[in-house]
Design a protein. Structure first.
Length: 323
């Protein structure tokens, strides 16, 4: 018999993390305009660099003396840890950059925030490979489906603090980004449905989708953790969610979800998918989206592909010490 532990409910959540679409749009700090001076200095510092995959794989903060994006990174990092948990960097003129320079600019910001995790590669291409995550053992990021609101990583022992996306090529139609506050959902449940909130502090099994990971019954049962928790992945609230991997994990472990579990997940989905809850916007080439993966769930709309210029984003996971 598998014991799915019940965890204690967090007593308080920072107010800045509690927002809806309207209140996020009214907050100016999360939309960060990259200064022209910073762009000019970076282009000057990198114009003679040979930036290839090996260079990007070995780059660390300070590797190139003339690249200093620490101030910009710190501004975004403060918003991620102590503001809304979302930072949208805008104003990088992609037409003036090579693809390699865009990747390095992005990587330099991430390296200044913490350690670039390499579970899928430091810079992971997010583009459609023509498959379905529901019929193949592939990440949702390799499809062009709408993903549903989720936080990144379905692995118990892998928890990125920040998740970022660099837009190299947007889709001509669709592919818009959505972000929603898990903290706001948590507090709504605290006041409106304590039973559902308590249930979401209970451990759920998650499917194993990381390439190269052994998928045994023992591994599946080990890969269990709550949707909401405090103290497991940090001192504050952590929200870890993608409903499909929960349902698939329980199905493959042959441990069915209880009726109360399904009701709690349904209630959470209704809150996350409320039109008032999520902010929706479209990244342009050169834009970067950063989210606090403990607090903010993200999603994207389905999109149509341009075969000549396919949609192409680059994802990065960061392990970052709190400021």
């Amino acid at each position: 018999m598998v014991s799915l532990k019940q965890h204690e409910i967090a007593k308080a959540v920072p107010g800045s993390f509690i927002w809806n679409a309207e209140s996020l749009w009214s907050r100016r700090e999360w939309q960060i305009r990259v200064p022209e001076e910073t762009i000019d200095q970076f282009l000057q510092a990198t114009k003679h660099l040979a930036i290839d995959d090996a260079f990007l794989n070995h780059y660390e903060n300070g590797t190139v003396a003339n690249i200093d994006l620490g101030q910009l990174a710190a501004k975004a990092q403060r918003e991620l840890w102590h503001g809304s948990g979302v930072a949208w960097l805008q104003g990088v003129p992609a037409s003036q950059f090579t693809t390699a320079q865009l990747k390095l600019f992005y990587l330099a910001i991430g390296s200044a925030m913490g350690r670039c995790m390499d579970n899928y590669g430091r810079l992971y291409d997010v583009r459609d490979h023509g498959g379905s995550y529901k019929t193949q053992r592939i990440p949702v990021s390799q499809t062009r489906s709408a993903t549903g609101f989720h936080t990144d990583s379905s692995a118990r022992d892998c928890m990125p603090d920040f998740v970022a996306l660099l837009c190299l090529q947007p889709a001509p139609v669709g592919g818009e980004s959505l972000v929603v506050s898990g903290a706001a959902a948590h507090e709504q449940l605290r006041h409106a449905d304590q039973d559902a909130l308590t249930r979401l502090y209970r451990e759920f099994i998650r499917d194993i989708v990381t390439p190269g990971s052994g998928k045994t019954l023992e591994a599946l049962i080990h890969n269990r953790f709550p949707v909401f928790s405090q103290g497991i992945y940090g001192s504050g609230l952590s929200f870890r969610y993608m409903r499909y991997w929960i349902e698939k994990g329980h199905e493959e472990a042959e441990i069915g979800l209880a009726k109360d579990d399904i009701t709690a997940l349904d209630t959470l989905d209704q809150i996350l998918e409320s039109p008032r809850a999520a902010a929706r916007f479209k990244l342009e080439a050169g834009d970067q989206l950063w989210v606090n993966n403990h607090i903010v769930a993200h999603n994207r709309t389905a999109y149509e592909e341009d075969t000549k210029q396919p949609r192409h984003f680059v994802r990065m996971w960061i392990a970052s010490a709190a400021l």
